[in-house]
Design a protein around this ligand. Structure first.
Ligand code: CO
Length: 281
């Protein structure tokens, strides 16, 4: 009997899962924009104090720029392979993207591929991006509305700058606009590379007799797009175009991931998959 118990204890120890977390973002080449990522890491570590947290960037261009500066950041596939080598059996991969667009879809393919590999990690699960189901949209819209309400009045509006994409998930941007409008018609969401663009927003601002526009990023970090395309001094930045159109502007250079309430939505998605990691199907 004693021998039997001993054996089963050993067997248990050998099969004990080693769980890890991999946070995956597009990335940024702006060191000062990374405080947004530091904030995410802080919140994730607070929610999972005993779990090792690693990072990967999906953007090859950004990884290349950082490599030239002597900094090595893994792609999701590299990070998952290393985690397998380091003995992790179960990995919760959390997408830090805003919408389920191309970056997210590609990450899903990578995570699924690792689930099919004979060695390395046994189970990898992917957490949903910031906006996925109705509840996510509602929570984010409520938070942003409360946060920026103070910036709005009869003549002032807040214009969020989203990234935008050719992917069908671009519909999340005009979709999120509807959620913002539940609270106020003083909130606008435009995109740099999708729909709607600034030129489609300006007539709406004028129709509402808006005189002042507060610009702020609808991206995880206040990086290149926020600093240049949104708030830059060049003629074609949103700030310059709006000023040329006669609007007064104000810039709030803060990425979404700098707000704990926003990070909480990602952390909630992470908790969901983390719990599912070791559940037998
Ligand atoms: Co971009």
């Amino acid at each position: 009997m004693a021998v039997f118990t001993c054996l089963s204890v050993n067997a248990h120890k050998k099969n004990e899962p080693k769980k890890g977390i991999l946070l995956v973002t597009f990335g940024t080449s702006y060191p000062e924009a990374r405080k947004a990522f530091d904030n995410i890491e802080e919140e994730v570590k607070a929610a999972f104090p005993k779990v090792e947290v690693r990072w990967a960037y999906t953007s090859k261009i950004i990884r290349k720029i950082l490599k030239k500066r002597g900094e090595q950041i893994d792609s999701p596939a590299e990070a998952l392979a290393k985690m397998g080598e380091d003995g992790f059996t179960h990995v919760a991969v959390q997408s830090l993207h805003i919408i389920p667009g191309e970056e997210y879809e590609n990450l899903k393919l990578t995570v699924n591929a690792f689930n099919k590999m004979p060695k390395g990690i046994k189970v990898a699960k992917l957490g949903k991006p910031l906006l996925f189901v109705h509840n996510d949209n509602e929570k984010l819209a409520t938070f942003l509305s409360n946060k920026f309400e103070i910036k709005t009045d009869k003549k002032s509006a807040v214009l969020f700058m989203g990234h935008g994409t050719h992917h069908q998930a671009n519909i999340y941007y005009p979709g999120f606009q509807s959620y913002l409008n539940l609270n106020s018609d003083r909130f606008y969401l435009g995109t740099v590379e999708g729909f709607p663009m600034l030129e489609q927003i300006i007539p709406r601002l004028k129709a509402h007799d808006i005189k002042k526009v507060v610009l702020t990023p609808f991206m995880s970090v206040a990086g290149d797009h926020a600093k240049n395309d949104m708030a830059g001094v060049e003629d074609d930045s949103w700030k310059s175009v709006l000023e040329k159109e006669g609007f007064e502007t104000e810039v709030v250079l803060k990425g979404l991931a700098e707000y704990d309430e926003v990070v909480a939505i990602w952390v909630e998605h992470l908790k969901t998959i983390f719990e599912e990691l070791t559940v037998e199907k």
